[in-house]
Design a protein around this ligand. Structure first.
Ligand SMILES: [Fe+2]
Ligand SMILES: [Fe+2]
Length: 271
């Protein structure tokens, strides 16, 4: 069984700066004969404030000839601790209206794929505690399956012990709780998006994959960190209990740089 992970499409009917990368991505997905597409967030340019972005992007996802699951990114539902766009029940409700649940489980072969809403981590919202209890339950009743997590924001950049990296990775407190859980069960794979970089590495018994974006690359606006600045997607092949993964090129994607259009797409007053 083949699963495709895509990430950070940043789609919008009003801000179509990266729209030209959707047709080649959709064409490539159709060629893969995949059973499931997983989108790891920032589906939209600004679904957190513009419902038309959510509606438009969900229509595009439904136009794929494949079933899909998605977890939200900061641009879809807002972020924990954000003054301007805090994640909250209203934003989560809008996401669920267009994309379905923001956390989910898919059992594929002998693997249990778990989608998590990383935007809740460190938010203090009731939903954060509810998700934590739910996660513990779906981990404990995995019944010996291999476990893989899919979430928007990576747990860490360089090391699980690093301090607060701000915008770029999960805050140290929720991170350490998740790392402890990932050790206890154990989790075979943790796949994320958000950084618009490709990276594939191991830490302890867990493989970490940073899925590249299909929309744009980030130049000087991002601090130095591991990973490769390239666009693309990730292909997973599930054979029984083994989960193979490969970060791949998607033919026809144009290498946009956010630095060139940041003031139009994400004006400084909004950042
Ligand atoms: Fe993004
Ligand atoms: Fe993001």
């Amino acid at each position: 069984m083949r699963i495709i992970q895509i990430s950070d499409t940043h789609l919008s009917p009003g801000k179509a700066h990266f729209a030209d990368n959707w047709p080649p991505l959709a064409r490539w997905i159709a060629e893969q004969r995949t059973d499931l597409v997983i989108h790891t967030g920032d589906v939209t340019v600004d679904g957190a404030d513009v419902e038309a972005d959510l509606q438009h992007s969900a229509e595009l996802m439904r136009s794929l000839r494949a079933r899909f699951r998605a977890v939200p990114g900061n641009h879809d539902v807002g972020d924990a601790g954000s003054d301007r766009q805090p994640v909250n029940d209203g934003r989560l409700q809008r996401w669920r209206t267009h994309f379905g649940p923001d956390r989910w489980v898919e059992d594929v072969g002998d693997c249990r794929l778990i989608g998590l809403n990383a935007m809740l981590l460190g938010s203090g919202e009731c939903e954060e505690a509810t998700q934590a209890r739910w996660l513990e339950t779906v981990m404990s009743d995995a019944g010996g399956r291999q476990i893989a997590w899919f979430l928007h924001r990576p747990l860490f950049l360089d090391s699980p012990d690093e301090g607060d990296t701000g915008y770029w990775s999960v805050k140290p407190k929720p991170r350490s709780q998740l790392i402890e859980l990932a050790r206890r069960y154990p989790v075979a794979l943790i796949a994320s998006g958000h950084l618009h970089k490709a990276h594939d590495f191991r830490y302890d018994r867990t493989r970490y994959i940073w899925a590249p974006a299909s929309s744009f690359l980030v130049g000087e606006m991002a601090p130095p960190m591991p990973g490769e600045k390239r666009l693309g997607a990730v292909v997973y092949d599930v054979n029984g209990g083994t989960l193979e993964a490969e970060i791949v090129e998607v033919p026809g994607l144009a290498s946009h740089w956010i630095d060139d259009v940041a003031e139009e797409v994400y004006p400084r007053r909004d950042r």
